[in-house]
Design a protein around this ligand. Structure first.
Ligand code: SAM
Length: 267
């Protein structure tokens, strides 16, 4: 496909710099027995290299115009390509294997929903089996920094708490705009989420939906003390024991939010 026809709306900035492509490929730590899933293979910059090193590579690409070219370029019987929106993709139904490693250079406009989808899938399906082992993706540097932000900092927020609820993410390295065509306006970072360590938080939380609402509602007013925002959840603020209500949401750890959510859910 001609670069002129690339769709901005689908976040199509394709990797072109060999140095960074190799660096990203190395960061995937591939083994011959691995099953990989790539989100948004695009022009195949990563795809053609991954497929050579793993047992099986699944890929999900939304843009129908790229599909034929991808098949031609990859030409490998261990490559299975779905022309679908990853946000609607049924991973359980379409992929039988376990210990899948998910990778991708994500379109910036759908970064958060894609991360949340994988987090939830990983925690729910991993309860029964070790379905998803890790997620290694390229995101906007600012987003990566918000994800790994420490408590009591201005970057610490919904994204940090929701991702930290499921695992300990780490930023591996940055990638400059020059590594892509067309050149994006922002710096990117490779970030890894490792789900191989068991997650106890899902068992600790009484009601996941309530937990999510609580985190979102308090951070809508991140400068306000909890005693202002918690009015939406209880009339009896003074009886709250799990946290001090003079704190702000950015002062609460994931554990504090879990305890607060469990306490308020019963009220
Ligand atoms: N992986 C390629 C690379 O690094 O050169 C392409 C990266 S480009 C930033 C993002 C790719 O994701 C595009 O090919 C785009 O069409 C695809 N994409 C966008 N939204 C998607 C979605 N919801 N599901 C699957 N693929 C999507």
């Amino acid at each position: 496909m001609s670069y002129l026809k690339m769709k901005k709306s689908l976040g199509q900035n394709f990797l072109k710099d060999e140095f960074y492509i190799s660096k990203i490929i190395e960061s995937f730590n591939m083994r011959e027995s691995d099953v990989f899933l790539e989100i948004g293979p695009g022009g195949g910059a990563l795809t053609t290299r991954i497929v050579k090193h793993v047992k099986k590579l699944y890929a999900v690409e939304i843009d129908q115009r790229l599909i034929e070219n991808l098949f031609d370029k990859v030409k490998n019987e261990n490559f299975i390509l779905f022309n679908e929106d990853f946000l609607k993709f049924d991973l359980e139904k379409n992929i039988a294997e376990e210990n899948i490693k998910i990778v991708g250079n994500l379109p910036y406009h759908v970064t958060s929903p894609i991360i949340f989808k994988v987090m939830e899938l990983a925690s729910e399906v991993n309860k029964n089996s070790k379905k998803i082992e890790s997620l290694t993706i390229m995101v906007q540097k600012e987003v990566a920094e918000r994800i790994v932000a420490s408590i009591n900092t201005k970057d610490y927020g919904i994204l940090s708490i929701f991702t930290r609820f499921f695992c300990e993410p780490e930023i591996l390295f940055d990638i400059p705009p020059e590594a892509f065509f067309p050149k994006p306006k922002v710096i990117s970072s490779i970030i890894r989420f490792n789900f191989s360590v068991g997650n106890e938080n899902l068992n600790k939380v009484k009601d996941m939906k309530f937990f999510r609402t609580l985190v979102k509602t308090t951070f809508l007013n991140r400068r306000k003390m909890l005693r202002n925002t918690l009015k939406n959840f209880t009339d009896d603020l003074e009886s709250i024991k799990s946290v001090e209500i003079t704190k702000r949401p950015e002062n609460l750890s994931v554990n504090d939010f879990i305890n607060l959510s469990n306490e308020l859910f019963n009220k």
